[in-house]
Design a protein around this ligand. Structure first.
Ligand code: NAD
Ligand code: MG
Length: 381
């Protein structure tokens, strides 16, 4: 038997973590889970450790953030699956890259904050960043059919539209956390559920695509496709559109990333054409979903602006999840942080990004405390 591919899974107890374990379990003859990490939930992590016979295990709430960095530095592996959520994933991702491991990346906030620096670090270390986000994984697959970059006209990201796709602004004004958790197609973590509901997720993904594929912002578009079967597209200069399809499960993208550049058979079914299948595509509504417009503005500003977009969104989402901020205030917090108190957007060094991230978090918190003073909202769910 040839050596198995060794995997470190960071964020093992989450939604992407669980799907990753499902894929590894289907290919145990070729894949080996050598290390896992999560923030909390010792019981679940221990269960994974035992059932998958994992040697190294870090619970950051118990062992400290440094223990995770040590694992990434010291445990030899071939690929790291980054399935943490939020900006906390930046340092572990850079550590994995410096340690010379390929990174299968779900943790999109890392590229939104510091895409230029992360991609440069990957080039320097000679490692691959393999996208697990389904849209980017789809584009990555389509691009294999377009070897010359000058043949690409634009990238088109598909968006389900989230649980509030057909809601009016009045309805959204009263949206509860429970409403935002009811995604029509995907079962995901709490933060990305809110991001999907506000469509900030698609904004984050535009920024992610800008760095992953080195594509200027004006050549990245979004189309709403409620069925989540076409996972994104590449339009060529001759007008042909290349697409990647599969049923809405993250296991397709994860399997692709884990075995790239090869493919492996799987028992998971493909798209079923024995049933009638209607697919719809429509333009996004920037009025009802201002996060899309704000993300575009952040992309065009460049420098620290995407990191500020991300930080403001993370703080706003946290407050919404704690029922301390109404849903429609999320874009207000982001807009405030993108339009106030910034003299300099340039980011020459990673430190500039980290500083902007910290300042913006404080600025967002002050704005929320000021404009939406306490009294938890009266949601009953
Ligand atoms: P989740 O909340 O379900 O899981 C997050 C995981 O990260 C958990 O295991 C948690 O313990 C761990 N974690 C969080 N903070 C940590 C820390 N400081 N140190 C160590 N571990 C930490 O989130 P998710 O839905 O799996 O999403 C993960 C990432 O993938 C997000 O960036 C999300 O945007 C992206 N993504 C998710 C999906 C999906 O279908 N869930 C699809 C595309 C992209
Ligand atoms: Mg996605």
């Amino acid at each position: 038997m040839t050596a198995r591919k060794r995997i470190l899974l960071i964020g093992a107890t989450g939604s992407i973590g669980t799907s990753t374990i499902e894929v590894i379990a289907e290919h145990l003859d070729e894949l080996e889970l050598v290390g896992i990490a999560a923030r909390q939930n010792a019981a679940q992590l221990e269960h994974i450790q035992q059932s998958m016979q994992v040697k190294h295990c870090v619970l950051t709430e118990r062992d400290g953030d440094e223990a995770l960095i040590e694992m990434l530095r010291n445990v030899p592996a071939d690929i790291v699956v980054m399935a943490m959520v939020g900006s906390a994933g930046l340092r572990p991702t850079l550590t994995a890259i410096e340690a010379g491991m390929d990174v299968a990346l779900a943790n999109k906030e890392v590229l939104v904050m510091a895409g230029e620096f992360v991609m440069r670090a990957a080039r320097t270390s000679g490692v691959r960043i393999l996208p697990i986000d389904s849209e980017h994984n789809a584009i990555f697959q389509c691009l294999e059919g377009v070897p010359r970059k000058s043949d690409i006209r634009r990238l088109v990201l598909t968006a389900s539209g989230g649980p509030f796709r057909d809601w009016t602004l009045d309805q959204m004004a009263n949206a509860t956390v429970a409403d935002a958790m009811k995604h029509p197609n995907w079962s995901m973590g709490r933060k990305i559920n809110v991001d999907s509901a506000s469509m900030a997720n698609k904004g984050l993904e535009m920024i992610e695509a800008r760095w992953l594929f080195d594509m200027p912002p004006e050549r990245i578009d979004v189309v709403v496709h409620p069925q989540s079967i076409v996972h994104s597209m590449v339009e060529c200069i001759d007008g042909s559109l290349l697409t990647q399809w599969s049923p809405p499960s993250m296991t397709y993208a994860i399997r692709h990333a884990l075995f790239y550049p090869q493919r492996r058979p799987s028992s998971t079914p493909g798209v079923d054409f024995n049933q009638a299948l209607d697919l719809n595509f429509s333009p996004p509504d920037n009025q009802r979903f201002p996060c899309l417009r704000l993300a575009k503005e952040a992309l065009q500003k460049g420098g620290t602006a995407p990191a500020r977009f991300n930080a403001a969104n993370e703080i706003a989402v946290e407050h919404f999840l704690q029922k301390r901020l109404p849903f429609l205030a999320i874009p207000q917090v982001i807009e405030h942080c993108l339009t106030n108190g910034v003299q300099e957007w340039t980011a020459n060094r990673l430190e500039d990004i980290l500083a902007a991230d910290q300042t913006c978090r404080k600025q967002a918190a002050v704005f929320i405390a000021d404009k939406f003073p306490s009294n938890p909202l009266t949601h009953d769910n």
